[in-house]
Design a protein around this ligand. Structure first.
Ligand code: COA
Length: 144
């Protein structure tokens, strides 16, 4: 089965589904609800959905950190679609886009539990781990 990536329109039905996916994967297991947060920041990002057939199964967002550095956010796949190479595909797609847009570096705030994934994708740790939404994270960067 091949994955496709499509731009998500802020406020659309699939955007709403993307909030549910992020909530399932990133918040519910820790007793949190993403809808309690201010999600209007999403408006200013490039939002992408990962699709199998016409069903959205994951997300990845791209934004600017500074004039040279893009930032990847909300890399998520529903549990049943993890570990099939889709995450790597999402990252490569988004990094290529950032490169085309003129960025020379890509930054992200990774979960410490997913260090293996980001290190495999060529990211290096910056600084010390910190808690975000009660979960240990670490800043990471890669040259594009
Ligand atoms: C993190 C996530 C996006 C990774 O996507 P994925 O589709 O599961 O990962 P992939 O199958 O593309 O794997 C990419 C690489 O990591 C490797 N990998 C996967 N699990 C691994 C593990 N436990 N230890 C070491 N390497 C591992 C794979 O072998 C693959 O390497 P390869 O290309 O050399 O074969 C996905 O698991 C996910 O959505 N997790 C929940 C949400 C989350 O935590 N997101 C990150 C928040 S910062």
């Amino acid at each position: 089965m091949d994955i496709t990536i499509k731009e998500l329109v802020y406020g659309s039905d699939d955007y709403e589904k993307s909030i549910d996916i992020r909530n399932e994967v990133f918040r519910k297991p820790w007793g949190l609800n993403i809808r309690d947060e201010d999600l209007t920041v999403d408006k200013d990002m490039q939002l992408f959905g990962a699709y199998l057939e016409d069903e959205i199964i994951g997300t990845i967002f791209l934004t600017e950190k500074d004039s040279e550095t893009a930032q990847i956010k909300s890399v998520t796949l529903l549990p049943e679609y993890q570990n099939r190479g889709f995450g790597k595909y999402l990252m490569e797609y988004t990094e290529n886009l950032a490169r085309e847009q003129g960025y020379t570096k890509c930054f992200l705030m990774g979960r410490v539990s997913k260090l293996y994934f980001y290190e495999k994708m060529g990211y290096e740790k910056v600084g010390e781990p910190f808690d975000y939404q009660t979960i240990p994270h670490i800043n990471m960067i890669k040259s594009l």
